[in-house]
Ligand binder design. Structure first.
Ligand code: BES
Ligand code: MN
Ligand code: ZN
Length: 516
């Protein structure tokens, strides 16, 4: 779907959407439209339950009193509660209402709302962002679907005051939406299509945006001593990969560039800030390995690489909008399979950090992958902070359901910044505890640690395990097992892969680390 911004006002014909505030208060354009339709809008509202509340939509086909093919009334709720998130949801709802009705092109009239914190241009940009986020569907394998059953909307024209500013505000948001869509694509692809090497190849596509991408194979990882990550992948026919993505939007520190060319081009700045590092779990399929999972629902484990997909989508977003920040993304890509070469329960592996791990359950594999990816990241980049994302534990779904991701951190300031960013973008985080008593639960008799705890506190013991590979760097872990995949549509997120983490971390970077 294409989005355009246009001068304020209502088109004379076609399909139009206008806003109504709570308690049936029509926006200026809605009033004008109502006059043109000789009161049909007010009559329709009074004849039904639509009151302009949040999440309410009323779609009227071809009101007889006028030349319009369809009029959509979108509820904005209370003016005092009209923030960016609400407008994004409205955009998503308008998109969904139009796309399911067979509408190909439509206009939305955005008017100023008394008592709202956002000006019309800002409202328009947020609304457009929401529509763009919702306009996603993974349907490439539906070869027999009829055109008439597909989402129809091709063009949405957003009319508002100061449309030039709206367009400018929308540009970086569009880059973020592209990152979210990319993540959703990667998460939705089945495991016969997306496996470590093909996922690495997708990441390599980011070079077009100016991201430096390196791919390490098993030979290189072996040299680095990544026994924990390699152990997980050793049962698979597919070669494990580690992908390193770098975006130096705030200047490249000297240590990171030995090239004379970059120096001459003044890309190298000795005072450049240390990068922010994001690390993703990329288990392209998790059978559980020899500790094999039950077959019911195992297909879900194609999205056990959602953490890595979020990191890749984040890199696309920050590069796409040319963020003035230094950002490094590292993803560990493996397939966890049972086979004659697979890791066995009881095996002891040595991680890159030198710490040994007794692998008591081969299904607790994400932490093994992250252990080496995190150590590598902190060793090589000396990052200002590290945030990892992983569909790490089923236990986090028991704790938080599908509404919030679990946040674990060794740094209160970092935790607060992430929580604030999540709240702003509608990807909420709930902080969970860490502590010495929990750490004791992964003590092993045979090695420096074991990869599982007891039955209780499964998400926390997983996080304690990760913390042993942070070496004191400010770090946060987002357990996204409950939020990476949605079973139902919501405002800006259609069902399927959600792209959770991209918007959150993009906002976290923009709000805290980008210079004016
Ligand atoms: N990928 C799973 C976690 C998961 C489960 C994600 C359900 C999404 C939905 C992870 O690798 C795993 O298997 N974790 C085990 C850990 C246990 C063996 C300690 C789990 O949560 O059961
Ligand atoms: Mn597992
Ligand atoms: Zn897993």
């Amino acid at each position: 779907m294409k989005l355009t911004f246009a001068a304020p006002g209502l088109p004379e014909t076609g399909v139009v959407a206008v806003f109504v505030l709570e308690d049936r208060e029509l926006s200026a354009s809605a009033r004008l439209l109502n006059d043109r339709l000789r009161g049909a809008l007010v009559r329709a509202i009074e004849a039904g339950r639509f009151k302009g509340k949040r999440d309410q939509i009323l779609s009227l086909p071809a009101p007889a009193e006028g030349p319009y093919d369809r009029v959509v009334l979108a509820g904005l709720g209370k003016p005092g509660e009209l923030d960016a998130l609400r407008l994004q949801a409205v955009g998503g709802q308008i998109y969904a209402a139009l796309a399911s009705e067979g509408v190909k092109a439509a206009a939305v009239a955005v008017d100023a709302v008394d008592g709202a914190e956002l000006a019309p241009a800002e409202m328009a940009a947020e609304m457009a962002f929401g529509a763009k986020l919702r306009a996603y569907r993974f349907d490439k394998y539906l070869t027999k679907e009829k055109d008439e059953d597909k989402p129809s909307l091709e063009l949405l024209a957003v009319h508002c005051d100061n449309q030039g500013r709206a367009k400018k505000l929308f540009a970086p948001k569009e880059a973020v939406a592209a990152g979210v869509h990319f993540t959703r694509d990667l998460v939705s692809e089945p495991a016969n299509v997306i496996y470590p090497e093909s996922l690495a190849a997708e990441a390599e596509g980011l070079r077009d945006l100016g991201v430096e991408v390196e791919v390490l194979g098993e030979r290189e990882m072996k040299k680095l001593g990544m026994g924990a990550l390699l152990g997980v992948g050793q049962g698979s026919e597919r070669e494990s990969q580690l992908v390193v993505m770098q975006w130096w939007g705030a200047g490249k520190p000297e240590a990171e560039d030995k090239g004379k060319k970059a120096k001459r081009a003044r890309l190298v700045k000795p005072e450049a800030p240390a990068p922010l590092a994001f690390i993703g779990k990329g288990v392209t399929f998790d059978t559980g390995g020899i500790s094999i999972k039950p077959s019911a629902g195992m297909e879900d484990m194609k999205w056990d690489m959602a953490g890595s997909a979020a990191v890749i989508g984040l890199m696309k977003a920050v590069a796409g909008r040319k963020a003035k920040a230094n950002v490094v993304g590292v993803v560990g890509l493996v397939e966890n399979m049972p086979s004659g070469t697979a890791q066995r329960p009881g095996d002891i592996v040595t991680s890159m950090s030198g710490q040994t791990i007794e692998v008591l359950n081969t299904d607790a594999e994400g932490r093994l992958v992250l252990a080496d990816a995190m150590w590598y990241t902190k060793d090589r980049f000396k990052p200002k902070l590290m945030v990892d994302l992983a569909t790490l534990t089923g236990a986090i779904i028991i704790a938080l359901g599908n509404e919030m991701a679990g946040l674990f951190s060794n740094d209160d300031d970092l935790a607060a910044k992430l929580t604030a960013a999540g709240a702003k973008v509608g990807e909420p985080l709930w902080r969970m505890p860490l502590g010495e008593e929990y750490d004791k639960l992964i003590k092993s008799e045979a090695a420096d640690m074991k990869n599982i705890g007891n039955r209780g506190a499964g998400s926390i013991t997983a996080a304690q395990f990760l913390q042993r590979f942070t070496d004191g760097v400010p770090w946060a872990h987002l357990d996204i097992a409950g939020v990476a995949w949605a079973k139902k549509d919501t405002g800006t997120v259609p069902k399927g892969g959600t792209g959770f983490g991209v918007r959150l971390l993009d906002r976290f970077i923009a709000d805290n680390y980008e210079r004016e």
